[in-house]
Design a protein around this ligand. Structure first.
Ligand SMILES: NC(=O)c1ccc[n+]([C@@H]2O[C@H](COP(=O)([O-])OP(=O)(O)OC[C@H]3O[C@@H](n4cnc5c(N)ncnc54)[C@H](O)[C@@H]3O)[C@@H](O)[C@H]2O)c1
Ligand SMILES: [Zn+2]
Length: 363
């Protein structure tokens, strides 16, 4: 089993990573505080993995809440379903909520745990690659509002995270690849050696070699944990985790939610951000090509959606949270494996990067 510590003083915790962690030991039960336990999952994950977890519990009978599956249910109404169940079963402050599912279930459950009686214990069992390398680490929890994604939320850290690599076997291929986009992001922004390791080991990740997957998840979590430990509330360096996301969010919103998975939009966004970094003279032509090739080899999209004009991008990017005083700020690379803090980018250069996207690669 691989472990990663998230160092946040008295809110520190461990991420456990490995194959069959849900069945081969009692990691979940060992983390429990109190004997009032609620497992929150959804209608897709429950039939696959709920029984496996329940075998760990003897003497404790967890209440199970099964939510409808989908980002469209990441709402305050769904959080209320959890509160209703907690109150109906008279859960006290000394209870534990367990999130069993992808990022949607994790974000909703974490937020419910942060709010119920001003905070109860919370354990993350992420079951998508994206959730294992990204959303279950770092303590951001929350739900969407009709006027904005992730607009209602809290920073709230779990007692621990258990990432079982074996559960990824049932994940749809497209979802696995969307998670790989975030793994590649860590190489781009923080660790050139990890990027090279990914170039060498990508095929084993795609074919789900358990040890290779576990290392990819471990290194991703180590990088995210280091960044979060330095800047839990995103006042500075944590912003580099948004590499490719300013462009990516524009693509997600512009094409309509659901057209691209988040990781797919981020893949295209990282291609644009890498090209921008090259145009700024920060990475070489070869590094740009290698970056884009790795995304392409992962089966991720690297072409810009035809339906968005340059003006569409600029308009959509102008509403990003990182912007200050109306200037568009983007995360670019200072070099391969090293991202810079958000940088105000001249609109002419931004326009040129989007308009001429791809052309410089054939230079
Ligand atoms: N909190 C954070 O820091 C953070 C970071 C990144 C993303 N997010 C959030 O995470 C969410 C996306 O997470 P996601 O990509 O995990 O999507 P998701 O939770 O919607 O899961 C994707 C799909 O896979 C299914 N699924 C999950 N595990 C499975 C398994 N093992 N086998 C088969 N099917 C399985 C789910 O039911 C769902 O249909 C978004 O809401 C995003 O805002 C949060
Ligand atoms: Zn992301």
């Amino acid at each position: 089993m691989n472990t990663v510590s998230v160092e946040l003083g008295n809110r520190s915790y461990t991420i456990n990573i490995g194959a069959n962690l849900l069945t081969q030991n009692r990691l979940v039960v060992d983390l429990l505080v109190g004997n009032q336990v609620m497992i929150v999952t959804n209608t897709t994950v429950a039939p696959l993995y709920l029984e496996q977890i329940l075998t760990q519990f003897d003497g404790i009978d967890p209440v199970v809440v099964k939510l409808a599956d989908g980002e469209q249910y990441k709402t305050l109404e769904t959080v209320t379903i959890i509160f209703d169940a907690l109150l109906k079963h008279r859960f006290s402050r000394n209870s534990t909520l367990i999130a069993l599912g992808g990022g949607v279930v994790g974000d909703i459950t974490g937020f419910a745990a942060a709010c119920y009686q001003r905070g109860v214990n919370f354990i993350q069992i992420p079951t998508t690659l994206l959730a294992q390398v990204d959303s279950s680490v770092g303590g951001k929890t929350g739900v969407n509002h009709p006027l904005g994604k992730n607009m209602i939320g809290a920073f709230y850290q779990p007692l621990g995270v258990i990432a079982d690599t074996a559960v990824l076997a049932t994940l749809p291929d497209r979802e696995l690849k969307a998670g790989i986009a975030e793994v590649i992001k860590y190489g781009f922004i923080y660790d050139a050696a990890f990027f090279e390791w990914l170039e060498l080991n990508l095929d084993k990740i795609i074919s789900q070699n358990q040890q290779t997957l576990a290392y990819a998840i471990q290194r991703s979590c180590e990088i995210k944990a280091e960044i979060v430990a330095a800047d839990e509330k995103e006042l500075g360096i944590r912003a580099i985790l948004n590499f490719g996301h300013t462009f990516g969010h524009a693509i997600e919103t512009g094409c309509g939610y659901g057209t691209y998975l988040h990781g797919e939009a981020v893949s295209i966004g990282m291609c644009l951000a890498a090209e921008l970094s090259y145009r700024l003279g920060n990475i070489s032509h070869n590094e740009l090509l290698r970056g884009i090739q790795l995304l392409e080899r992962s089966g991720l999209p690297i072409s810009l959606p035809k339906q968005l004009s340059v003006d569409n991008y600029l308009k959509l990017m102008a509403v990003d949270k990182k912007n200050i005083d109306g200037e568009i700020r983007v995360i670019v690379l200072k070099g391969m494996g090293c991202a810079a803090l958000p940088l105000s980018v001249d609109c002419v250069l931004l326009r040129k990067t989007i308009q001429e996207y791809g052309a410089i690669r054939s230079d």
